[in-house]
Design a protein around this ligand. Sequence first.
Ligand code: AMP
Length: 635
Amino acid sequence: MGDSYQAFHRRSIEDREAFWAEQARRIDWHKPFGPVLDYRRPPFAKWFVGGETNLCHNALDRHLAERGEQPALIYLSTETGQQGSYTYRQLHAEVNRCAAVMQGLGVKKGDRVLVYMPMIAEAVFAILACARLGAIHSVVFGGFASHSLAARIDDARPKLMVTSDAGMRGGKVIPYKHLVDEAIRLSATPPEKVLICNRGLDPGMSWVAGRDLDYAPLREAHLNAQVPVAWLESSEPSYILYTSGTTGKPKGVQRDTGGHAVALAASMEYIFCCDPGDTMFCTSDIGWAVGHSYIIYGPLLRGMTTVMYEGLPIQPDPGIWWRIVEQHRPKVMFSSPTAVRVLKKQDPAYLKQYDVGSLRYLFLAGEPLDEPTARWISQELGVEVIDNYWQTETGWPILAATPGIEKLPRKFGSPSFPVYGYDMRLLHEQTGEPVGANERGVVTIVPPLPPGCMTTVWGDDERFVQTYFSGFRQQVYSTFDWATRDADGYYFILGRTDDVINVAGHRLGTREIEEAISTHPAVAEAAVVGTRDPVKGQAVTAFVVLKDATQTQTEAGAAAMEKAVMATVDEQLGAIARPAQVHFITLLPKTRSGKVLRRSLQALAERRDPGDLTTLDDPTALEQVRAAVAPPRKK
Ligand code: AMP
């Protein structure tokens, strides 16, 4: 392509509309767009105005003539032992069947469909069926429990929910449908129908007459269905994906249709260096943004084969991923630093048993990638490791090497440079002025955000502006991440500026966890912080004040309460948010105005200097925290 990264990036900003108009040729438009960008109401950006398209058409129908017999989706489960593959033609047929079933249940354009599914092919059918009908899917990660699910139901108000009897993790059956029943019971706006893909994993599953429907016979009834795609105006929403923030209420990240398709299609070439016919293996889950973009939409929009895996990276043994690579020959893998750190602790011989020669790149994202982990995996695999930085909000990388444009040297610990389309500034937290080389600043993006990024918070435009665009004097999008940029322009992400924590690449809001803990009747208040963890990046550490402190005076009493707190979080939010440690104290360190000194708590929990304590109300609180986090004395 001959362009230099810099020229390419500059053009994407300075000649924004021409740049994206060119990229828009990557997808089919049923009706051509007029203006490339409507930015009359900043910071709301509308891309490809008036153009009509459809994600399912672009992911499937468009490829049928040329690659109908090529595998589109390979799925395998080491939990159930199932595996299989769907060509583009077969996947297209399955999606039509699923769309016909949904249509029969009254789902139409603009309706929300909440998908709460394990990593099975039917989840992909359901998601693409929504896209076909112009219905808005909202996938909720299967690790979230009933209260989280209920909060998302009440915000999205789905017409239909699609679920399974169960998922499996490490050989353990996880009853999804049971959690759905519970969530619907808690919800103020329950869906009319629940469509169930019954895997036969949970024989105890109950059916609610008139509401619950078995997918298998409905599919049989629509084997030859041909459902026409619903053409959507480019800005119409394709999906909602909830993510945690600093409040207890998750935000519904809303994605458009045309911008989303164009951004992902372009990223497959420029960032991931993939051609049609190539295979990608992304180890994320469909419940996360990475899964939406790079298990489902990105590879299919590009006419590639995507590999979907249900199982752990270390079961049946730590060689499983490399066995999958040997068998299915992906050119590109996408995973998380935590997963690689887990593998690093295993016997390296597992890596050597398999032929991983098909792999060219391993992309890692979701959390900071430390140098030893990057070095290790890159040497062991003999492939280039590409750290890329992004957020649920953006849906595709903000910072990354773009080897499809120009191969530039990379530095360990850095996700390299701003990706084309992103006009980035590192700003001083207080003054809002750009910081100099190697100075810490907040990562911000000058709007309009490029295609594919969130267009608003579902149902709450005001929250979109308030949350993301009001931190600085000038209107810029804040990522809420700290970073530095060195003299060569390489960025280094230093962590969040807010109370969001990152456990194994999963984003958790401390407020949500505190609220969950506080629902336990014995709890008076709680403060949650993220503390350094060698494998997961951060771990959840909770400080809990009980109404009756005598409950934890004995070791047995404390152990029982700790279990109860953990169980409460499991039940409310899901095991992913479960605290690794629970400390009982009688007073939280607060300022005189009653704000919890979270940063000091975090510092003490990591045995660091607690910093500025001039606003601390009662110093005895700190002594309690120090004593609570001190390593137990050897007897
Ligand atoms: P999520 O929206 O759950 O993907 O979380 C996004 C957050 O994860 C970002 O705001 C960062 O704090 C963190 N993150 C994602 N990718 C990276 C990366 N490559 N390096 C450092 N932090 C990252």
